[in-house]
Design a protein around this ligand. Structure first.
Ligand code: SF4
Length: 119
């Protein structure tokens, strides 16, 4: 089972993404609290019941809450984007919500910028 910091080094990740992730991530993953976590909290095992998933994700978020690189990890997961697992204290579903809101906001800003000035 991969932990978030291991996913950055995993051979299954597309090589161009790996390089991109390392370039953008810099050394933040060296300080990841989950490097020492062996409980398998960050990625779902197959056929995980909903109650177990929710409990595991909450436990992972508690680990993230005391991680010194949570902001960097979260941005990495949003920029890639990472499709699975808890990264930066957010589940995959929560990251999708954040990304949707960001895209909507960017779209609104672009529309506003394209509007002719009143007056
Ligand atoms: S924020 Fe969470 S997932 Fe990210 S490096 Fe820290 S412990 Fe790992």
């Amino acid at each position: 089972m991969l932990l978030p910091h291991q996913a950055l080094q995993d051979a299954a990740v597309v090589p161009s993404q790996r390089g991109h992730a390392r370039d953008e991530a810099g050394p933040w993953h060296a300080e990841a609290v989950c490097r020492r976590d062996e409980a398998g909290l960050f990625f779902a095992p197959s056929k995980e019941p909903t109650a177990a998933r929710l409990a595991r994700e909450e436990a992972a978020k508690r680990v993230c809450a005391r991680c010194p690189v949570m902001v960097e990890c979260r941005e990495h997961a949003l920029l890639q984007p990472e499709p699975y697992g808890v990264w930066g204290g957010l589940t995959a579903a929560e990251r999708r919500v954040v990304l949707t809101r960001r895209r909507r906001r960017e779209s609104e800003l672009q529309r506003a910028a394209a509007m002719p000035a009143a007056g």
